[in-house]
Design a protein around this ligand. Structure first.
Ligand code: FAD
Length: 426
């Protein structure tokens, strides 16, 4: 081992939303943490968005569990009120029938079902939180050129020749993870044969803090409410999933034609679409690594799994990975064990992998169910939705699942007692 290698306990490749959350969650252990990212972190923009071009097209619907985690990590306070929209209602309906469900935060005893925030703002807020910890060494922009086993841990080399020697290597470097590829993890993947078009739109009618999702045979369309400068509630982030040929056609339309099509696709529930931002499209691929832990390497977030965005859960699952891994490592230390004691790392894998798999398969099942044209399937689908809508306890259960409030939650993701949550007006 060269004498000039920088020694660190935990080296995280990827300082996006999940990698930054993991570093912030682990910081209180006092371990030496290094975060490497290919890009310089964005600054938090505290300027309210006035037009469709003032919003980053990539946004995430954050669950209650995620909001609690961000608050506990000292990041939520860096999310400007002007860039976070609490949604209090959700309407989901089947384009091909009468099935519909309406969720209301009041029924679940909470003040909001979730929050819509730009990915850039979430990552920037988490970076701010990391900056409060002297034991986090954040390096960006950097390019990792080599990873090799060194003793019990790993040696990681950057393009500028900087060498790190780490006991534990964490891959939080997204769906195309270099860590996963170069350290020998096996990945299963399935192409959904869908592309997601994302854009910001302005509508004639206010969104009233309601998230709307219409399931069409060709794929789901979501209108997610956004905060805006003058509280007119007319900006929405849209995610329209469809087959690649249809995505190409929609991307090729001029703004006016796209606006007319997307308003009609939402059955004009928010009136006409009066402005559209630039559009981007993402191929949708389901991925899952067979293992999350192997040879002193751990995968979290999109590096370990990607899901269809129809339920808006991808990064929420990643945040649960981050909080659970930090919790297991801290647990080792509090029991006087080495921080990377293998049983705890395996426990992390067990706690997260089954949950992620169940969620991934449910979203894939939803996609198939709503794509089905056969009359009996459509009948079952519509009847099921209407039945669920009419049975309050079942509906609350479904809502709590979507809000991330049930299941094996790491302590940091458990919401504060009722009444102490800050729901910002937007
Ligand atoms: C259309 C669409 C809509 C979505 N909507 C939602 C939603 O509403 N709610 C939700 O929960 N999820 C949603 N998701 C999923 C969500 O966007 C992802 O799960 C999330 O971005 C994953 O975060 P991550 O930090 O794991 O990875 P990423 O966001 O991909 O971050 C990876 C980081 O690693 C860095 N990096 C990559 N490679 C290297 C390298 N070799 N060296 C150094 N750094 C590197 C990158 O610069 C980046 O900062 C959506 C996804 C799509 C496609």
């Amino acid at each position: 081992m060269p004498a000039d290698a920088i020694k660190t306990d935990v080296l995280v490749v990827g300082g996006g939303m999940v990698g930054a959350a993991f570093a912030a969650a682990l910081a209180e252990t006092g371990l030496a943490i290094t975060v490497l990212d290919a890009e310089v972190p964005a600054a938090v923009a505290d300027v309210p968005a006035a037009t469709v071009d003032g919003v980053e097209p990539r946004v995430s619907a954050l669950t209650y569990a995620t909001q609690s985690l961000l608050a506990n990590l000292g990041a939520w306070q860096h999310v400007p009120a002007s860039r976070a929209c609490a949604y209090t209602h959700m309407d989901v309906w089947d384009a091909d029938g009468t099935g519909a469900i309406h969720f209301d935060a009041a029924d679940t005893g909470t003040q909001a079902l979730g929050w819509i925030v730009e990915n850039r703002t979430i990552a920037a807020a988490l970076h701010q939180a990391c900056r409060q910890h002297a034991n986090i060494d954040w390096r960006a922009p950097v390019r990792v050129t080599r990873m090799a086993r060194a003793g019990r841990g790993w040696q990681v080399e950057l393009a500028d020749g900087t060498l790190f020697e780490t006991t534990l290597l964490v891959g939080a470097d997204g769906a195309q993870s270099q860590v996963r590829e170069q350290t020998g993890f096996h990945l299963r993947q399935h192409d959904y044969r869908h592309r997601a078009i994302v854009a910001t739109v302005e509508t004639a009618l206010p969104h009233d803090n309601c998230a709307r999702q219409r399931f069409m045979g060709s794929g789901p369309l979501a209108f997610l409410p956004l905060a805006d400068a003058n509280r007119r509630h007319r900006l929405c982030s849209v995610v329209w999933s469809c087959v690649p040929q249809e995505a190409e056609r929609l991307l090729g339309l001029d703004d006016a034609a796209f606006a007319a099509e997307i308003a009609a696709a939402l059955e004009n529930r928010l009136g006409s679409v009066v402005a559209v931002s630039r559009r981007a499209a993402f191929p949708l691929i389901e991925r899952h690594a067979d293992r999350y832990v192997q040879d002193q390497v751990v995968l979290i977030g999109d590096a370990a799994h990607t899901v269809h965005p129809l339920a808006g859960q991808g990064v929420n699952l990643g945040f649960l990975d981050a909080a659970t891994l930090a919790e297991e490592i801290a647990g080792n230390l509090s029991r006087g064990l080495p921080f990377d004691e293998p049983l705890a790392l395996r426990r992390f894998e067990r706690r997260r992998k089954l949950h992620n798999l169940v969620m991934q398969k449910s979203f894939a099942g939803f996609k198939t169910l709503f794509a089905a044209r056969a009359l009996p399937v459509r009948w079952v689908r519509n009847t099921g939705m209407s039945l669920l809508d009419g049975v309050a306890p079942l509906k609350v259960l479904a809502a709590r699942q979507a809000m991330g409030l049930d299941g094996d939650l790491p302590a940091r993701c458990r919401p504060a007692p009722r009444g102490t949550h800050l729901v910002r007006p937007s």
